[in-house]
Design a protein. Structure first.
Length: 411
């Protein structure tokens, strides 16, 4: 038994049997019987396996590394797959007229609107129109009681007639007094008195004639007529109702033309001018555009909104536009005919500037271009760098680069 075995067995022999595990009990038994102790071989076996595994990995790596490197090199040298683009992702450049526009929005209203009010006091006898009725200029729309007004007119005329008769008599007396004075029969003082009486009667007659004219006017105003051809939009009085001067009766609107009371961004105010053309789209009337013209521009922006009121007149001879509709308009402030343009998504930018990808002989070619600002429809004007008739990629496809092989397929 070696010295190490003795060191190992010493603590084992001092343990009682009940405290020993199976291995310690076996070892104590072999000691008592004088048998040699068994040595554990698994640590050496594990060490041999670790060494053998490391050597095998080193051999495999050294053997297979050149093969993998060759495979990678072969893959890098294989040509790329042909990329497919459909017809919706490309465009052929054609000259076109570009427009720069200012956007305006606002409600529509009639070009003319009149609220007809009573100009006399009295009872409403009749109202001849309802909202939605079309009326013509001069047509009777409402009638107010004229009995009292007729009496007033008759009285004014009677007073005027009486005064006129008195004036006629006074003028005859003036003429006779003048003849007597000319013959030296009557004193001059009597002439002055007759002349004063004639002057007073003339003044009174003039006042009474004005009263007659006023009574005639009030009588005419008792009949309310349409001021122009239009449509009734509101009715505020009914027969039998007593109204005073200024009381609303009816509202007439003229819809042969409408006006859009629009708002434009204050930053666009310097671009707006009278008589500029406007293309208007109306909510509720899809697939149709209306042509308008700028008639007025407010010189002061509205506080709080920072917008400028712009008034656009639109022809409405067919009557399809109604007051209160909402419109969105585009005012054309600049034209650029015979220009090349691409969607903003077609432009690509790098350190060298803007460029397009042109399809030429089945491959993509980078074309450096000079741009000319943004225009209506999301288009960007191309000033130089590419010619009409060239096919370019318009869709934002970041996977496409200069030199890629491409194939055009149907959408």
């Amino acid at each position: 038994m070696t010295e190490n075995d003795k060191k190992i067995e010493q603590p084992t022999q001092n343990k009682p049997d009940w405290a020993m595990n199976r291995r310690e009990a076996e070892r104590a038994r072999r000691v008592r019987e004088g048998l040699a102790q068994r040595r554990r071989k698994w640590p050496w076996v594990l060490l041999v396996l670790i060494v053998a595994g490391g050597a095998g990995y080193y051999y495999y790596s050294a053997k297979m590394a050149p093969v993998a490197a060759g495979e990678i090199s072969d893959q890098a040298q294989t040509p790329g797959t042909v990329m497919q683009v459909n017809t919706a992702e490309i465009a052929v450049l054609r000259p076109q007229t570009l427009q720069r526009v200012v956007r305006v929005i606002g409600p529509l209203g009639p070009i003319r609107q009149a609220q007809l009010s009573s100009q006399v006091n009295g009872r409403v006898e009749a109202v001849a129109a309802q909202p939605g009725d079309r009326v013509t200029e001069g047509e009777v729309l409402a009638q107010i009681d004229v009995e009292t007004l007729s009496l007033e007119l008759q009285q004014a005329r009677s007073n005027a007639d009486a005064t006129r008769a008195q004036l006629d008599l006074a003028e005859v007396q003036l003429e006779r007094a003048q003849q007597l004075i000319d013959r030296g029969v009557a004193p001059t003082s009597s002439l002055n008195e007759v002349q004063s009486n004639v002057a007073q009667l003339r003044a009174r007659l003039s006042a009474l004639e004005d009263q007659v004219s006023g009574a005639e006017l009030r009588l005419r105003n008792a009949t309310v007529r349409a001021p122009y051809d239009g449509v009734i939009s509101a009715r505020s009085a009914e027969p039998g109702q007593y109204v005073g001067v200024g009381a609303p009766l009816l509202t007439v609107v003229d819809l042969t033309k409408v006006e859009m009371r629009a708002s434009a961004a204050v930053a666009s105010g310097a671009l707006l001018r009278r008589d500029q053309a406007v293309i208007v789209r109306i909510d509720g009337i899809p697939d149709r555009e209306f042509e308008g013209i700028v008639t007025r521009i407010n010189p002061v922006a509205e506080e709080g909104t920072r917008t400028i009121p712009v008034y656009v007149q639109i022809d409405n001879t067919d009557g399809v536009l109604l007051g209160g509709m909402f419109g969105v308009g585009q005012i054309v402030v600049e034209d650029a005919p015979q220009s090349l343009a691409v969607p903003a998504t077609a432009l690509r930018e790098d350190a060298a500037g803007y460029h397009l990808l042109q399809i030429e002989d089945g491959r993509l070619v980078r074309r450096q271009v000079e741009t000319g600002g943004d225009w209506a429809g999301g288009l960007v004007r191309i000033l130089s760098g590419i010619a009409p008739g060239q096919t370019v990629v318009t869709a934002p496809l970041p996977s496409l680069t200069d030199g890629d092989a491409v194939e055009i397929v149907e959408e």
